[in-house]
Write a protein that binds this ligand. Structure first.
Ligand SMILES: *[C@@H]1O[C@H](CO)[C@@H](O)[C@H](O)[C@H]1NC(C)=O
Ligand SMILES: *[C@@H]1O[C@H](CO)[C@@H](O)[C@H](O)[C@H]1NC(C)=O
Ligand SMILES: *[C@@H]1O[C@H](CO)[C@@H](O)[C@H](O)[C@H]1NC(C)=O
Ligand SMILES: [Ca+2]
Ligand SMILES: [Ca+2]
Ligand SMILES: [Ca+2]
Length: 640
C-alpha cells in the first residue's frame, strides 16, 4: 500500500522506520531467516522444514514420502515467560486442503488450548493476530499444520512476531498494519497516509500535520453514489477482554460525512460503540470509549459519504487499556449468579406460588433422575389434585444489568400424556415485574428425556428471566420438570473458544480412538438406540445430540470394547475425569475407566460399575493423578 516509487532514499527510510519496531519484538518471534529461533518439530508428528530461499518454514504434501505420510506436524515454541499481555502476528499461507491451528500450552495444564485456526487456502500471504493474555505461568505456543494426502497441499509460515500489548492496538507504522483490513469498495477505501505515501499530501496540504508517521484515511473524492461506505476492520479478538479503547481522529468538519465506530461479532451483528457528538473538531481529536468483548469481536471504523464533496476522515494511534475510562460504565458482571442446578436450594431464584417444588426422585422404569447427576434435585410442577380452576406458578431469576446480550440455557423434562400447551414458557420481566417479552414456550412433545433449550436475549434496562407454568384445568396440566439453568454473556450461537478438555461427541470423537486389538467398537449415534427399551432415549448434552454407545447384551463373555482418549500430558496436580453414563437393562456388563501410561505394560483400573445402574444418565467423577504422558480408556466388558 505504500504508494511510493522506491528509490534508494525510500528503501533506507523504510529500514530506518523498521528499526525501532524490531527492537520491540519479544522472545518467540522468528522470521526463519537464520534458523528456527528455538522452534522445534514435535517428534510425535511430522516435521516442519525450513526453506532457506523463501525464508519460511513449511509443510508440503509433495515433499513427503508417500509411504510415511504424516497428516499433522506440530511446531513448538521455546518456553516463554511473558507476563504482560502480548500479541502474536503470524504471516502464513495455506494451499489446497490444509489448515493451521495455534494452541497455547501452559505449564501445569494437562490440555493445550486452541486459540485460533484457519482452513482457507489463499493466493497470497495472510496475517493473523492472536492475543496472548497476561499470565503468571510459563507457556509455549504450538503451531499445528494439517494436510490432506493429495498433491499441492501446503502450510507455510513466513514470520511469527510477538509484540507487547493488545492485537487491536496499532499506530499504522508497520507495513502489515497490525492485521487491520480495509473492506474493498470500488470507490471509497481506507488507505495508508503519511510521510512515505504518495497520498500523504492530503492532510499536509490542508494545513494539518500527522500525529506521527503514518495514519489511515478515507477520502470522498471518488464517491459516486449516495451512502458510499468504507470499513476499516481490526483483527478479531481471540481472548475475552474489556477496558478502554482510545484513538485519534481527524475529520474535515465542513463537509458531509458520517463517522462511527462499531463492534461486529462472529455472526456479523453490529453494535455501535461511538460516534462524534459535535460536528466540530479542530485538528487531531482524542477519543476514549469503553468496550466489553467477552467473546470474539472486531472493531469497525465506518465512514459514509453522500457525494465526492464529503471531505475525509483519518485515524491513528489506536490503543487499549484493561481499565474502563468512563466511571459510569457498568462494571463487568458475572452472569453465573443466575445459574442453578437446584442441588442446594433455589439459588438466586424464588417461586411465587407453590405449584412448582424442588424434588429428587429415585429413578425407575417410569421416572428418570435429575439432569445434573442423575440422582440430584430439580424443579417439578405438581398439579394439585383438587380440580379448582386455573393455577400457575412463576420462578423469578435475579435481576441482570441491561445492554448486554445474554445466552440463557436450561433443561426441561415432560411426563404424562396430558395437554401441555402452557406447561412452560419463558418471559423477560423488568424490575417492576412487567413482562417485556415472551421468549419461548413449550412446543416439543417428546417425553422422558431432558431437552436443552438455548435462548439469546438483550434488553436496554435491568431485567430478569421468569419461567411460567400455567394450567387451565386439571386435565390440561401435564407435569414438567426444570434443571441446570445457566446464563452466560453473548449470543448462544457464538461458539465459545473450545474447551480442549471437553467432548460432547457432537462434532465427532474429539480424538478418542477405538482400541484396535479388542473385539467390538463403540458407536457414535444419536436419537433412540436400537434396543430402545434399555438404551437412552436421547443424549445428555441436549437430548437430541450424539453419544457413544455399545450394545453390551450382544457381546459374548470375555469380549470387550475400548475407547481411548488422545495422549494426555502428565500433570503435577490431581486430575478429575467427569462423564455421564447410561447402563440399563440386563447384560450391561462392566464399565471401567483405565489409565494407560506410556512405558507401562499394564493398564491401571481407576473406576468400575457392574450391571444395571438406573434408567437415566448418571454423572461419574474419577480423581486420578499422573505425572507422565498417559491415556484414559473407557472399557466395556461382557459379564460372565
Ligand atoms: C478436504 O478434506 C476433507 C477432510 O479430510 C474432505 O472431507 C474434503 O472432501 C476435502 N476437500 C477437497 C477439496 O479435497
Ligand atoms: C491480567 O491483567 C488484569 C488487568 O490488569 C488483571 O486484573 C488480572 O488479574 C491479570 N491476570 C493475571 C493472570 O495476571
Ligand atoms: C465520574 O467522574 C466525574 C468527573 O471525573 C465526577 O464528577 C462524577 O461524580 C463521577 N461519577 C461517579 C458516579 O463516580
Ligand atoms: Ca501513526
Ligand atoms: Ca439438578
Ligand atoms: Ca452429546
Amino acid at each position: 500500500m505504500l504508494g511510493c516509487v522506491c528509490s534508494v532514499w525510500c528503501v533506507s527510510a523504510l529500514l530506518l522506520l523498521l528499526q525501532p519496531l524490531l527492537a520491540q519484538l519479544l522472545p518467540g518471534s522468528c522470521n526463519f531467516e537464520l534458523g528456527t529461533c528455538g522452534y522445534t518439530s514435535d517428534p510425535h508428528y511430522g516435521s516442519w522444514s525450513i526453506n532457506e530461499e523463501g525464508q519460511m518454514i513449511s509443510l508440503d504434501s509433495d515433499l513427503q514420502d508417500p509411504q510415511e505420510f504424516q497428516e499433522r506436524a506440530v511446531l513448538l515454541s521455546p518456553v516463554l515467560e511473558q507476563r504482560e499481555w502480548s500479541c502474536v502476528r503470524l504471516v502464513y499461507q495455506l494451499t489446497g486442503n490444509s489448515s493451521l491451528l495455534l494452541h497455547l500450552r501452559q505449564k501445569r495444564h494437562n490440555f493445550d488450548r486452541i486459540l485460533w485456526k484457519a482452513h482457507t487456502a489463499s493466493d497470497s500471504w495472510l496475517i493473523a493476530s492472536v492475543d496472548l493474555p497476561n499470565t503468571t505461568q510459563p507457556y509455549q505456543i504450538l503451531l499445528e499444520g494439517r494436510l490432506d494426502k493429495a498433491p499441492l497441499n501446503s502450510v507455510a509460515i513466513f514470520e511469527i512476531h510477538i509484540v507487547p500489548g493488545y492485537c487491536i492496538e496499532c499506530n499504522f507504522e508497520e507495513h502489515h498494519l497490525c492485521g487491520y483490513s480495509n473492506s474493498w469498495n470500488p470507490n471509497v477505501n481506507w488507505y495508508v497516509g503519511g510521510s512515505l505515501a504518495s497520498e500523504s499530501n492530503l492532510l499536509e496540504s490542508q494545513g494539518h500535520h500527522p500525529r506521527s508517521g503514518h495514519y489511515m484515511y478515507v477520502d470522498s473524492v471518488y464517491a459516486k453514489q449516495l451512502q458510499e461506505v468504507a470499513y476499516l476492520m481490526s483483527p478479531m479478538t481471540t481472548a475475552p477482554m474489556s477496558g478502554c479503547l482510545s484513538f485519534f481522529y481527524l475529520r474535515n468538519q465542513a463537509r458531509n460525512n458520517l463517522f462511527s465506530v462499531l463492534t461486529r461479532d462472529q455472526l456479523g451483528h453490529y453494535e455501535e460503540l461511538w460516534r462524534p457528538e459535535a460536528y466540530v473538531s479542530m485538528g487531531w481529536t482524542h477519543v476514549s470509549v469503553d468496550i466489553k468483548a467477552p467473546h470474539p469481536l472486531e472493531v469497525v471504523y465506518e465512514v459514509a459519504f453522500n457525494s465526492a464533496r464529503g471531505g475525509y476522515v483519518a485515524i491513528d494511534d489506536i490503543s487499549f487499556s484493561p481499565e474502563f475510562c468512563h466511571n459510569d460504565t457498568e462494571p463487568n458482571f458475572d452472569p453465573s449468579v443466575a445459574n442453578c442446578d437446584f442441588e442446594d436450594g433455589l439459588c438466586m431464584y424464588w417461586l411465587e406460588f407453590g405449584v412448582w417444588s424442588r424434588t429428587s426422585v429415585k429413578a425407575n422404569m417410569y421416572r428418570i433422575g435429575d439432569h445434573t447427576t442423575g440422582t440430584g434435585y430439580f424443579l417439578q410442577s405438581h398439579a394439585p389434585f383438587t380440580s379448582r380452576a386455573t393455577h400457575m406458578d412463576r420462578l423469578h431469576g435475579p435481576l441482570l444489568p441491561g445492554n448486554t446480550k445474554y445466552c440463557l440455557s436450561f433443561f426441561y423434562l415432560l411426563h404424562g400424556f396430558r395437554k401441555l400447551d402452557h406447561a412452560l414458557s419463558v418471559y423477560i420481566y423488568d424490575e417492576n415485574n412487567v413482562a417485556l417479552e415472551k421468549l419461548w414456550s413449550l412446543s416439543d412433545r417428546s417425553r422422558a428425556v431432558w431437552h436443552k433449550i438455548d435462548l439469546t436475549y438483550m434488553k436496554p434496562m435491568r431485567s430478569k428471566v421468569v419461567f411460567v407454568s400455567l394450567c387451565q384445568t386439571f386435565w390440561e396440566c401435564g407435569s414438567v420438570a426444570l434443571d441446570d439453568i445457566s446464563v452466560s454473556v453473548g449470543d448462544c450461537q457464538v461458539t465459545s473458544v473450545s474447551v480442549a478438555a471437553r467432548c460432547d461427541f457432537e462434532q465427532g470423537l474429539c480424538g478418542y480412538v477405538q482400541e484396535k486389538v479388542d473385539s467390538a467398537d463403540w458407536l457414535r449415534v444419536r436419537g433412540v438406540t436400537p434396543t430402545s427399551y434399555t438404551g437412552p432415549r436421547g443424549d445428555h448434552s441436549t437430548g437430541v445430540g450424539y453419544f457413544v454407545y455399545i450394545e453390551a447384551s450382544l457381546m459374548r463373555p470375555g469380549h470387550r470394547a475400548r475407547l481411548l482418549s488422545p495422549q494426555l500430558r502428565g500433570s503435577s496436580s490431581p486430575q478429575c475425569l467427569v462423564f455421564h453414563f447410561h447402563m440399563y437393562g440386563t447384560g450391561t456388563g462392566i464399565l471401567r475407566v483405565l489409565l494407560r501410561r506410556r512405558d507401562h505394560p499394564r493398564d491401571t483400573g481407576l473406576w468400575r460399575r457392574t450391571g444395571e445402574q438406573g434408567v437415566g444418565w448418571i454423572r461419574a467423577a474419577v480423581d486420578y493423578h499422573c505425572d507422565q504422558a498417559h491415556q484414559a480408556g473407557l472399557n466395556n466388558m461382557a459379564e460372565y
